[in-house]
Write a protein that binds this ligand. Structure first.
Ligand SMILES: NC(=O)c1ccc[n+]([C@@H]2O[C@H](COP(=O)([O-])OP(=O)(O)OC[C@H]3O[C@@H](n4cnc5c(N)ncnc54)[C@H](OP(=O)(O)O)[C@@H]3O)[C@@H](O)[C@H]2O)c1
Length: 225
């Protein structure tokens, strides 16, 4: 039987971190929720336990300890906080899957702060050279987690990374959260995924999608010869 994996969610009191935590609590995972403010993550953990008494979820007051215990780490923090988070977890994240969900948006949401040849995920990989960075959950809005089936279609959630086993592990998380996992390519694809979400934010604002929008690749069945 598969053992229960432990996931540290750093930034679990935020919009995305809380949404990811609520979704993954439905799966066979033990969740350790951390952020700067312990009271806020305790409130999220309590809310999850109230709505899902079987969930294995704990608030953790130390990002480093939670990451040490974890098999998988989700950095659900703003891009600007990743350097600080990476410094805290560097020694305990060796060989572990670390998920980068960040979209490195500028203050006016009309561009990215990263240089064109890189991405938030690749910059995190430089900060954590011994971890398996996987880009995921950046092309879904926080609101999509309560409604991953939008207008009758299950939203795709794109994944990128260099380690095949890590990609499969993250695909399972994405499916548990209710999205259709699509492995888009290696970590270098992250820049495209981050720009896709910049576009979706701009479309959201232009067409008033109310932050309930996602991507869906329409395609012919892969089984057709
Ligand atoms: N919102 C979306 O729909 C969406 C969609 C896709 C991707 N993203 C990406 O998801 C990430 C989080 O976005 P969000 O909207 O959830 O932001 P948010 O609501 O502002 O939450 C940020 C979280 O990060 C924590 N945090 C900040 N600095 C930290 C640090 N140095 N160490 C530990 N925790 C820290 C905060 O904890 P405290 O409150 O305790 O400070 C909070 O829990 C961003 O990178 C964003 O680009 C967001």
């Amino acid at each position: 039987m598969k053992t229960t994996q432990t996931i540290a969610i750093i930034g679990a009191s935020g919009n995305m971190g809380a949404a990811i935590s609520r979704s993954l609590a439905k799966g066979n995972y033990r969740l350790l929720l951390c952020a700067n403010n312990l009271d806020k993550v305790q409130a999220v953990a309590e809310e999850i336990r109230n709505s899902n008494p079987g969930a294995e979820v704990e608030a953790a007051d130390c990002t480093r300890e939670a990451s040490w215990e974890a098999d998988i780490i989700i950095a659900a923090v703003p891009y600007a906080a990743e350097q600080e988070v990476a410094a805290k977890i560097r020694e305990v994240a060796n060989q572990k899957v670390v998920i980068s969900i960040a979209n490195p948006l500028n203050n006016t949401y009309d561009g990215l702060v990263t240089a064109p040849e890189t991405s938030a995920a690749e910059e995190l990989q430089k900060l954590l050279p011994n971890s398996k960075i996987v880009k995921a959950f950046n092309t879904t809005f926080a609101a999509d987690f309560t409604t991953p089936v939008i207008d009758g279609r299950q939203a795709d959630a794109f994944i990128a990374g260099n380690d095949e086993e890590a990609l499969q592990t993250v695909s399972e998380l994405v499916a548990t959260a209710g999205f259709n996992p699509v492995i888009a390519g290696n970590l270098a694809v992250s820049g495209t995924l981050e720009r896709m979400q910049l576009l979706l934010i701009q479309l959201n604002n232009k067409y008033n999608y109310n932050w309930l929008a996602g991507w869906k690749i329409l395609h012919q069945s892969a089984n057709l010869n």
